[in-house]
Design a binder for this molecule. Structure first.
Ligand code: SF4
Ligand code: SF4
Length: 333
């Protein structure tokens, strides 16, 4: 029997759908089909619109159509004044948030696709004029639209495929897992993210790791050095196997592509302590240090690493191409 999903786009830029469409080598629809995942309705992909689309949603609410997974992309806009009227479901007199609540009650699993749906994301930044939140989180705080105690019919809290946008294969793998062997609570991390990607840090597998080891830092974007000390890279604090998997079928994640990791899989990434491409520092020391590493140890190791940095690494870190190649040490050195 098919595993039926409905995908809604709440307060969204559509980027998660754009990312999802490139899933695996074959594209999202073929990837889902291989696991018998059937898209009942997706606003950007499905042919049905207007009354036909509403009939599909209504059939789930009526109980005449089973829904295995409700996927929501984008934050829930609760404003103004808690009415949800900043985003109405076209053709109905009801806010999108009410439809999400109704459908979530009937779904076996509820899946937040992207950081907006998981934690609030960019629409929830700073003043948050639309009162945006995630499905089960408001930033790092549990709650959100469905409440901290929400558990879907399948016994799971909201499954948070965070990322802005999430890696396409995180989406297809999560849905495939739910459709086949299922997921249990132990396979989700403390923030509801599937551990198959959340047990890694975005720093793992970055091609700049040798520069990180020696704290040989880039001072401008074209340089090869590590982006943590000056250019805002938060990959040592952000979960995700982004740099272990390839994106777009070939390369690693953001730092491999020359852009600092902005921690897009984390709650609250939208309000960084400094501009996204600058490292927040106090007394010259980065504020955000690697997860689970005591500050004193980091400082001591960083000082030691810097004093031991090979000339090759130091020079290349400040260049946009390799200027000093690896060379064997002479016997008399
Ligand atoms: S650039 Fe970022 S991800 Fe790469 S080694 Fe440095 S801290 Fe890690
Ligand atoms: S490297 Fe960082 S910013 Fe890029 S996708 Fe991964 S977690 Fe997000």
């Amino acid at each position: 029997m098919s595993f039926n999903i409905i995908w809604l786009q709440a307060g969204s830029c559509g980027g998660c759908t754009m990312s999802a469409l490139t899933a695996e080598d074959r594209g999202l629809m073929a990837a889902l089909k291989a696991f018998d995942v059937n898209v009942l309705w997706h606003p950007a992909i499905s042919e049905e619109s207007g009354e036909e689309a509403l009939d599909i949603l209504q059939s789930v609410v009526n109980g005449t159509q089973t829904l295995d997974a409700l996927c929501v992309e984008g934050s829930v806009l609760r404003g103004p004044g808690g009415t949800g009227k900043f985003q109405m479901m076209s053709g109905t007199d009801r806010p999108y948030s009410a439809w999400i609540e109704d459908l979530a009650r009937h779904a076996r699993y509820v899946v937040a696709v992207g950081t907006c749906a998981a934690f609030g994301g960019i629409p929830a930044a700073s003043a948050n004029p639309t009162d945006a939140c995630g499905l089960q989180y408001e930033g790092a705080e549990e709650g959100g639209l469905l409440g901290r105690d929400f558990v879907s019919k399948g016994g799971l809290p909201v499954v948070n495929i965070s990322g802005c946008a999430p890696h396409p294969d995180w989406i297809s793998e999560t849905l495939s897992l739910l459709a086949t062997v299922g997921l249990n609570k132990d396979q989700l991390d403390i923030s509801g993210r599937p551990r198959f990607f959340a047990d890694h840090l975005a720093h793992h597998g970055c091609s700049r790791n040798e520069y990180y080891e020696f704290k040989a830092s880039a001072s401008q974007f074209s340089f090869l050095g590590c982006l943590m000390e000056n250019l805002g890279c938060k990959a040592t604090q952000a979960v995700g196997d982004c740099n272990l998997r390839s994106w777009n079928g070939s390369k690693g994640g953001c730092p491999d592509a020359g852009f600092p990791c902005i921690g897009c899989t984390s709650a609250g990434f939208e309000n960084p302590p400094a501009a996204f491409q600058r490292t927040a520092k106090r007394a010259g020391i980065p504020v955000g240090l690697p997860l689970d590493m005591p500050k004193a140890w980091f400082m001591a190791l960083a000082a030691l690493s810097k004093s031991a940095t090979p000339k090759r690494v130091q020079s290349n870190a400040r260049s946009d191409h390799v200027v000093v190649p690896p060379a064997r040490k002479r016997d008399d050195e």
